[in-house]
Design a protein around this ligand. Structure first.
Ligand code: TXA
Ligand code: MG
Length: 333
């Protein structure tokens, strides 16, 4: 049960959405910037507020699997299996779109991204919109920037540009959903995320392809190399050469903050060393690391160091989502 105060905020938000407004909502992954998926004018405002190019399609959020048939014209067996196992949860399925999906949501594509978020506030908001209620929602950040994982981050990013921000606390997963394309007979992971690739393979009892998004032809906004980026330049450096690089930058008179994971202590702590370097120790497991990554980048960005140095994560499949976001955060066009 949600607190009565939150419940009444959800009703206010639903009323705003019905009138074509734009509301920031919590999900288990990151905060989303939501508009009624069946209202093209409302959805257009999302693109304007984010400064997002029109050819980057949006995910449609629904409350119940029974709505799939309204938005997708075909639901292959693989998609049904994955939906059953992982929804509500951090999984987005790419399916052939139905005629109900406004063009502005999908760009020029014949497919649509769908997911059921695992957050009580998001689900209550969707249900308040009625049986066909669906929300188009990208992450609630300006285009190319770090995704927000708290309501305060959304305020910082978008402030008065949105009609309302629903505060559902910090996001549990902290990284965006895993995007899985189920078009035709093939299943392909387009973006690593909250659901590990191994878990998907286990459910489907088959290996799935993982697209190297830097060479992908499908428009996935996360596939633009420079993305999820702090303003402070971030370098991704191998464990062995981390301190050598930090010393080089120090000798140039630059202030440096490090983001490490292999340090023995697993607690999340920040402290300035005598040399003026701020070290942040991240959890040495991908789930814990993912939960804290965006909030930590944002915090360090606000402290205005000259350079952020992130220790490269292990090159294993479990770390795929974290490694992907760090790679993009470190890329400069
Ligand atoms: O966890 C999440 O997925 C969050 C929360 C708010 O649900 N949403 C999110 O949205 O990350 P956004 O727009 O920041 O990223 C969605 C990604 C984009 O890279 C977009 O290009 C891709 O999904 N996408 C959406 N529809 C697609 C489609 N039909 N084909 C391929 N990619 C698609
Ligand atoms: Mg995004």
């Amino acid at each position: 049960m949600l607190k009565p105060e939150l419940q009444s905020q959800i009703e206010t938000a639903a009323a705003i959405l019905r009138k074509g407004g734009v509301v920031a909502m919590p999900t288990e992954t990151v905060y989303g910037l939501a508009a009624d998926a069946s209202n093209p004018a409302a959805v257009k405002r999302i693109f304007e507020i984010k400064g997002r190019p029109a050819d980057h399609p949006l995910i449609v959020h629904i409350a119940d699997e029974s709505q799939l048939g309204h938005w997708a014209r075909e639901v292959p067996r693989s998609a049904k299996l994955l939906a059953r196992q992982f929804w509500p949860g951090p999984l987005t399925l790419i399916l052939p779109r139905s005629q109900q999906v406004p063009d502005i949501i999908t760009g020029t594509q014949d497919t649509v991204g769908l997911r059921i978020p695992d957050h009580p506030v998001a689900l209550a908001l969707l249900r308040a919109l009625g049986p066909h209620g669906a929300l188009a929602a990208p992450s609630a950040n300006r285009y190319g920037r770090i995704s927000p994982t708290t309501a305060a981050h959304v305020r910082e990013e978008l402030g008065a540009n949105v009609d309302m921000i629903l505060d559902g606390g910090p996001c549990q997963v902290g990284l965006e959903s895993t995007i899985v394309s189920c078009i035709g007979d093939t299943v392909t992971v387009l973006r690593p995320g909250g659901i590990p690739v191994a878990a998907i393979e286990e459910v489907l009892q088959q290996k799935v392809a993982v697209v190297d998004s830097s060479t992908a032809s499908i428009r996935v906004s996360g596939s633009v190399l420079s993305h999820y980026a702090p303003v402070t330049p971030l370098e991704l450096v191998a464990s062995e050469t981390l301190w050598q690089r930090v010393r080089e930058l120090e000798e140039q008179g630059l202030s440096v903050a490090t983001l490490e994971w292999s340090a023995p202590d697993e607690v999340h702590l920040t402290g300035a060393t005598p040399g003026g370097i701020t070290r942040t120790t991240m959890p040495a497991n991908p789930v814990g690391y993912g939960q804290l990554l965006y909030a930590t980048l944002r915090q360090l960005d606000n402290l205005k160091y000259d350079r952020l140095i992130a220790e490269a994560p292990p090159q294993t499949v479990e770390w795929l989502a974290v490694a992907d976001r760090l790679k993009r955060a470190s890329h400069r066009d």
